[in-house]
Design a protein around this ligand. Structure first.
Ligand code: AP5
Length: 194
């Protein structure tokens, strides 16, 4: 099994506020490779008031994870859409070992492989500062002190084990998430080669 030339499958991993979405958008502009953000997909469903949105909202507002089966289903469908032919950046997925194992099975069926997992490291104090700053500007409903505290805790319990999971697979690349967005984008480019 191997990737077709020029295909890239990336995961942007990191705690809430680490800059995954910001960097995924910069990468999309540079490479044309699509960004798939489970958070954005779920927020769109919430604002449309779909059944998915109604189910997701209660988890998201509290900073809890939406059930694995729901997000795995979303990703399985999304990555087979035509705009993913050159690959994709997964932003905010996987977030649990169950999601990571499900992704492995989906990719194996599609005969494609992960290229890199980029792990953005940022200290908690900076994460809180960024998320509270965004709350003032954009009013995202989960950017409040209580939900932020829970999101950080959920990250440590459920998502941090993925660092070891992908280290064992030898595809994890650590990036310092402190600095200007341009500096961090350059570090991503250095790792990915695009
Ligand atoms: P999601 O939307 O994925 O939120 P998150 O992980 O909490 O991530 P954020 O968007 O807050 O942070 P980010 O790392 O993308 O940083 P960003 O670039 O935005 O998920 C929301 C919820 O949906 C979850 O809590 C859960 O309920 C549910 N969900 C989503 N995926 C799920 C899954 N797989 N399984 C189950 N549930 C799921 O930047 C943050 C701020 O910092 C911005 O204001 C930005 O301008 C600023 N910033 C960025 N870079 C820098 C920099 N270098 N210096 C200074 N400021 C910066």
């Amino acid at each position: 099994m191997g990737n077709a030339p020029n295909r890239l499958q990336l995961i942007f991993l990191g705690p809430p506020g680490a800059g995954k979405g910001t960097q995924a958008k910069i990468f999309l502009d540079r490479s044309g490779i699509v960004q798939i953000s489970t958070g954005d997909i779920l927020r769109a469903a919430v604002s449309k008031g779909t059944d998915l949105g109604k189910e997701a909202k209660s988890y998201m507002d509290k900073g809890e994870l939406v059930p694995d089966s729901v997000v795995i289903g979303i990703i399985e469908q999304r990555i087979q859409e035509p705009d993913c032919a050159k690959g994709f950046v997964l932003d905010g997925f996987p977030r649990t070992l169950e999601q990571a194992r499900a992704l492995d099975s989906i990719l194996a069926k599609l005969k494609i492989e992960l290229s890199h997992v980029i792990n953005f490291a940022v200290p908690d104090e900076e994460l809180v500062k960024r998320l509270l700053g965004r709350a003032e500007q954009e009013g995202r409903s989960d950017d409040n002190p209580e939900s932020i505290k829970n999101r950080l805790q959920v990250f440590k319990e459920k998502t941090q084990p993925l660092i070891q999971y992908y280290t064992d697979k030898k595809i994890l690349r650590d990036i310092n998430g402190l600095g200007t967005t341009a500096e961090i984008a350059a570090a991503v480019q250095n790792v990915v080669g695009v």
